[in-house]
Design a protein around this ligand. Structure first.
Ligand SMILES: [Zn+2]
Length: 252
């Protein structure tokens, strides 16, 4: 039976000094090994280490499934030169000429993508037994999710179409780079299709009847390395706001 394994949890961590942008990386193991998203360079060593802990190297990955082509989900793609890279044809085409307001699709992303063995996949395509593609546009033009039937039911590996638990309540992703109505429909479609969710920037959760989000894994982040408190400079100035901003940001 197909196994879903969180290699690295995603986080909705932001700072007023820039974007941490840790996306979730998920391994689907059936007759093939499919890695969903590959994260950015800041998590490169951790990604390799997490694969090692499973007795794997990047060469053991058969398919890399890119939910979309944003920098924080695809930068480490070069670690997987032997994998087939699955991408939606619309996302592939869009990456060649991203919109000016879209700061998440790097203009050179297309060069990295096109240097790989790309395979275009669409709604309904079956990647492995019980593993199929669901189109979820809106956050980006060609976003897609992977729907996995496993022992515990139907799960969706969502990317940023459903980035976190808060999106279940708001019905919108945290950020929209393409179309807000499509983004809303895609969340509805995901919630209608699966029970367990592996979101783009949060840990896995189950949505119970009535819409309550029940997290499936524990999480923790240790933050270190901020400047030492110096004499007379008022200290390191580190503060923590536990509340995630609720408002969706739109860059269209
Ligand atoms: Zn994104």
């Amino acid at each position: 039976m197909t196994k879903i394994d969180t290699v690295m949890q995603g986080f909705s961590l932001g700072t007023d000094q820039g974007n941490i942008a840790f996306c979730g990386v998920t391994l689907i193991e059936g007759t093939k090994r499919i890695l969903v998203d590959v994260a950015h360079g800041g998590r490169r060593q951790l990604l390799v280490q997490r694969l090692q802990e499973r007795g794997l190297t990047p060469d053991d990955i058969d398919y890399v499934f890119l939910t979309h082509a944003h920098w924080d989900h695809m930068i480490n793609i070069d670690l997987f030169p032997n994998a087939k890279v699955l991408i939606h044809p619309v996302e592939r085409e869009y990456a060649k000429n991203p919109s000016e307001k879209d700061w998440a699709t790097l203009k050179y992303a297309t060069l990295a993508l096109e240097s790989h063995d790309l395979q275009e996949v669409r709604e309904g395509d079956e990647i492995d037994d019980g593993v199929r593609v669901l189109e979820t546009p809106g956050h980006s033009k060609g976003s897609m999710a992977l729907i996995v039937r496993s022992e515990s039911g139907t799960a969706a590996i969502c990317g940023d179409a459903l980035p976190n638990g808060l999106s279940v309540a708001t019905g919108l992703p945290r950020i929209v780079f393409w179309d807000i109505d499509d983004a809303r429909k895609s969340i509805r479609k995901l919630l209608d299709t699966a029970k367990d969710f592996y979101p783009g920037h949060d840990r896995p959760f189950r949505v119970e009847d009535g819409g309550r989000v029940q997290y499936l894994e524990r999480t923790s982040v240790k933050v270190f390395g901020w400047p030492d408190a110096g004499e007379g400079d008022g200290g390191p100035g580190l503060s923590y706001a536990a509340e995630l901003p609720r408002e969706t940001q739109v860059f269209v």
